[in-house]
Design a protein around this ligand. Structure first.
Ligand SMILES: [Zn+2]
Length: 200
């Protein structure tokens, strides 16, 4: 409660300790945990992730997702690219789109914001190569349908591309796997995943 109030009054406050800092102060950066070493979701040639989804990293991602904290976006993009191993190349950046309803409610797509920042920093073009198909995460969807996860369709210009697929948080990996499957059906040559955080 107190911290939320402080953030309203001081939007440039560190999410870890409340100190004036944008987006994260140096001591909280030093305490960030690396992403856990878990299996790469199916369909991806590789998955890079900056942080474990906990503590300060979780709060930074939440600020981007729910409060459009754009100051944190370039910082996260830099940390994400630091976790892309050398030699892993791509020629286009795209993202796994959120649902149209969430995009309407928030006024933006946080995954697209991250993808655009990654593309700027990496010097790569950013294209919306995926369309999210209706049915998943919809009100009233049956439980088994929800468990099936999101489904995507690739746009024609995914063909012959080496794609860097960006998302904010990897939990089960179902979203990135579904995006990668759609890109490959659309003729993409390779798909590398890149996320801000992965659940421990
Ligand atoms: Zn701090």
């Amino acid at each position: 409660m107190f911290r939320s109030l402080a953030e309203v009054l001081l939007p440039g406050s560190c999410p870890g300790c409340g100190a004036p800092a944008e987006p994260v102060c140096a001591s909280c950066v030093a305490a960030l945990q690396p992403a856990p070493n878990r299996a790469t979701p199916p369909g991806l040639d590789h998955l890079g992730a900056a942080f474990a989804y906990e503590g300060v990293a979780r709060e930074v991602v939440a600020r981007v997702k729910y409060r459009n904290a754009r100051g944190a976006v370039p910082w996260l993009a830099g940390a994400m690219l630091d976790h892309l191993p050398g030699g892993r190349s791509a020629d286009v950046v795209t993202w796994a789109p959120t649902t149209p309803r969430r995009r309407r409610e928030r006024g933006f797509d946080h995954a697209e914001l991250l993808a655009r920042a990654v593309g700027r920093r990496a010097g790569l073009p950013v294209r919306g190569l995926l369309t999210r198909l209706p049915g998943s995460h919809q009100t009233g969807a049956r439980r088994d349908e929800r468990h099936a996860g999101p489904q995507f369709r690739a746009r024609p210009d995914a063909a012959q591309r080496r794609v860097l697929l960006v998302d904010d948080v990897v939990t089960t990996g179902a979203t990135l796997a579904a995006g990668a499957a759609a890109l490959r059906r659309g003729g993409a040559v390779s798909v590398i995943g890149l996320a801000a955080a992965r659940t421990p």
